[in-house]
Design a protein around this ligand. Structure first.
Ligand code: HEC
Ligand code: HEC
Length: 333
């Protein structure tokens, strides 16, 4: 009798387990579609050509942009760290401290709007911001264009790429084209979806939590692990940074930020708009607590009830999002 009971239990468990694994399998198959690489929107007239990419890359790494010729875009967007910085705030010219943490530029061409508050509509327009910001390059595009037009190699390349001299139009367009080539789709997770690698037990457990109990994919979803939602994830009751309200002056936007991508997250710390978390453990502890009571805190941010082992598994999963091919063909100029 008791034997029969045990075997009934075993059968029931097996049935239950296979049901869940089928469920997860089909969920992931569904997600594989969701995770396929989306098409990239190019600004009209600014399609990519090899010459345009070459010019944009040369500009990106050129310290000619800063008023004292000391720093380039790559001084803050460092290729080795998925084009982010390892410091809380990247210093600009003359060591002037910045006010926000430098975001990664991997997959940046897919963003529907730019800056942490999403206030700039195109990647071309975005380039003008660091140029004139006093704690970044503290320069201006007209002066930079004049300097660049004195360099023969730039003039030649610009003629070949855009059929005109390197003026503000060419500079912002070429930088945009280059940044759109920064595509990250070779993480362990991407390969797992293509069934080219296997996950460890812990990574699988973390993946289930991410898409299940912890529901991180409510905001960090799809190919780039973000739906670009502008929201507040409850870091403080009282933020120093006004977030999106800086641009809209609408109190519903107070301390609202664009949901960042989690691709390459293991190497893009410190985290959040102000670089206030040094590591992923601190990030997970924050989400597990349900966050602070900010008036604009998203309803989806609430206590998760994860135990220590679950938190570790979630981190193992996040570590699978690092691109293994990163920088293979992006050596510094
Ligand atoms: C002094 C450091 C610094 C320099 C130099 C710098 N950036 Fe940035 N970059 C930042 C910071 C900080 C942000 C976030 C700003 C914000 O949200 O207000 C940012 C944001 C961006 C974004 C928007 C990313 C997103 O997720 O919306 C792009 C694109 C970008 N920078 C490209 C460039 C380019 C191109 C250059 C060179 C022309 C450059 N940056 C120079 C620090 C820097
Ligand atoms: C309601 C939407 C939402 C949910 C749900 C959510 N996040 Fe976020 N996440 C955000 C926003 C918004 C930010 C940026 C906040 C800031 O910069 O102040 C962010 C930032 C992060 C960052 C820092 C990224 C960086 O580059 O600095 C990590 C890591 C992160 N989230 C992981 C997670 C994990 C893991 C979960 C699930 C436990 C999760 N998030 C759930 C919206 C969300």
């Amino acid at each position: 009798m008791s034997n029969f009971n045990i075997s009934k239990k075993v059968v029931a468990t097996i049935v239950l387990l296979s049901f869940f694994s089928c469920f997860l399998q089909s969920k992931l198959e569904h997600d594989a579609i969701e995770f396929s690489i989306p098409s990239m929107v190019f600004e009209k007239e600014n399609f990519a050509t090899n010459k345009r990419i070459e010019l944009g890359k040369k500009l990106f790494f050129d310290p000619i942009f800063s008023i004292d010729s000391s720093m380039s875009c790559a001084s803050c967007h460092i290729p080795e760290f998925a084009f982010s910085d390892t410091q809380k705030f990247s210093p600009g010219v003359f060591g002037r401290e910045g006010v926000r943490n430098t975001p990664s530029l991997m997959n940046v061409g897919f963003h529907p709007y730019y800056l942490r508050e999403g206030s700039v509509p195109t990647i071309e327009m975005q380039a003008l911001i660091p140029i004139q910001e006093k704690n970044e390059f503290a320069h201006n595009i007209v002066e930079i264009s004049k300097k660049i037009q004195k360099i023969e190699s730039y003039v030649d390349l610009s003629e070949q790429a855009y059929n005109r001299k390197p003026d503000h139009y060419v500079i912002t367009r070429a930088l945009g084209v280059f940044q759109r080539t920064l595509i990250s789709n070779s993480s362990k997770f991407d390969l797992y979806l293509k069934e080219k690698v296997k996950f460890t037990k812990q990574e699988k457990k973390g993946m289930r939590l991410f898409f299940g109990k912890a529901a991180c994919n409510n905001c960090h979803s799809g190919f780039n692990f973000t739906n670009y939602k502008l929201t507040n994830n409850g870091l403080y009751e009282d933020y120093k940074d006004e977030g999106r309200m800086r641009a809209t002056k609408d109190s519903n936007d107070l301390s609202v930020f664009k949901t960042p991508s989690l691709k390459n997250i293991a190497i893009t710390g410190p985290y959040m708009h102000d670089g206030s978390f040094d590591d992923l453990e601190q990030v997970i502890i924050h989400y597990n607590s349900g966050g602070k009571n900010h008036l604009n805190k998203d309803k989806l941010i609430k206590p998760l009830g994860l135990n220590k082992a679950e938190m570790q598994s979630l981190i193992s999963f996040l570590n699978t999002l690092t691109d293994i091919k990163l920088n293979k063909n992006l050596e510094r100029q």
